[in-house]
Write a new protein. Sequence first.
Length: 129
Amino acid sequence: MAHEVHPKKIIKTEKGNIVLEKPDMFRTSAMSNSIYTYILTEEDLLKINKMESGEERDKYTQIQSLKKGYTLMQLMALSYVTKAPFHLNDYATEPLLDLKSFLEYATPQLLSEMMSAIKELGAIDPLSP
């Protein structure tokens, strides 16, 4: 029996299967570029500069950092998805539509299953027999 050159993990849901594969460089780059849509825009930086209280600046920056962390996890999970029952456009062209649809569909349990599948995909050597 031949091994898979492009290993996949399938998560079955009531509305359909979610197919996960290790993302190619194109999807990985799109994910990285999309992150900056969610953190410290120019308006955010101007807002921080106007804050007089160091405590207020620290609190704002902490919230933005948490937002970045959660968004990174969500976009990373989405970058592995090649087929799904939620909106899945060209990931590099419309990642915001995909992410919005994904977050409306995803539950904490589904995200947990996806992260486990992603971890397993990372342990598969596609060149091993």
